[in-house]
Design a protein around this ligand. Sequence first.
Ligand code: CO
Length: 289
Amino acid sequence: MATTETSNATGGLTRPRNVTRTLRGRAASEGAGVKLTRVIGQPGLPDLDPFLMLDEFRSDDAADYLAGFPDHPHRGFETVTYMLAGRMRHGDNKGNVGLLGPGSVQWMTAGSGIVHSEMPEQENGLMWGFQLWVNLPAAEKMTAPRYQDIPADSVPEVAAGPGAKVRVIAGRFGGTAGAVEGGTTEPVYLDVHLEAGATVDLPLPQGHAGFAYVYHGAAEVGGEGLERGTLGVLGAGDGVRVAAKAGPARLLIVAGKPLREPVAKYGPFVMTTEAQIAEAIEDFRAGRF
Ligand code: CO
């Protein structure tokens, strides 16, 4: 069950992070023709180690999403799907199935390889959510595939002061552990809901790379005003102050430990060397995933 508690362990940042750059996503098409917005993984921001990609999908026009993401492979990293609205059915070649609904999370460690599909379970209405790709260290790229499917009511929600609520998807916020147990990159993934006038300090591990992505309203992040659809790359520090001024705001705060390893990327395969990419393609073609 979700826990709701008041946290007073969040203030007192000694070295607040600022925003070092901002950018907006670009229109992209993925799967069998799903229209989405690519925020990380585009020419303006090819990656943000350890994050390889961030997509936002948001449409109430079924033509934009109905085709879904039929069978496709992944190897060498993790995909994190966070749904805000709509339903997506997941299935893979190992027999795993799951239904993602509003507020739920799927943290999939593709590791050595899976072939899966992600298909809308609706023919109309709003479909809204995010997919984040998190790199795995070279030593763990061929780990056994693993899923963490988290229903909405299992994501802890913390009342973080007047008008502020934090859904702790991964990492920690105050004394609350997130729904997902992170690995080597020690990911922090927070969904922050602010009412007009609310301010909250969000501690983040020093040394983590991080970003804010505003998906509703407008927020101030590290003193910088960010409109809906804007990503702010966070500078160094021990946390970030976020605030909503004129109206309510919602944003993702995501951070992770950089791997600082070479990245060889080819579509759904993210490895360390080109030889490993060739091997991934061969293994996939030979049905060894
Ligand atoms: Co996929």
